[in-house]
Write a protein that binds this ligand. Sequence first.
Ligand code: NI
Length: 131
Amino acid sequence: MQVHHIGYLVKRLKRSEEAFARLGYTVEREVCYDHVRDVNISFMKNGEYRVELIEPAGKTSPLYPLLKNYKNSPYHICYTVEDLEASKRELENDGFMVIQDTQVAPALDGRNVVFMVSADIGIIELVEREM
Ligand code: NI
């Protein structure tokens, strides 16, 4: 599986963008509001490396409580897969657990994503390949 991005949970997205820009990252996708998760999301790239900056839009965002553990730090790595449902089943057989089942990701052109967790490596995200 190829790495698509590293997801950072951030408190103030604009300031995080500035800090990443200082390190040579450029904005790949401008800030997009994700109404499914009530978060603001942007993507930045530095060579082959892509980061996703995720800022909970308010205290009611389902991701807001995660700020306690992951403020301004990476919290998931996302992998591109050919067949989302098949990869999900295979990983489930290998002990990964679904924590957020298949959902549309507005910030990724509406591609489907699923979040899973492993006791050994934490949270991962799978995204279906671009058509
Ligand atoms: Ni992500």
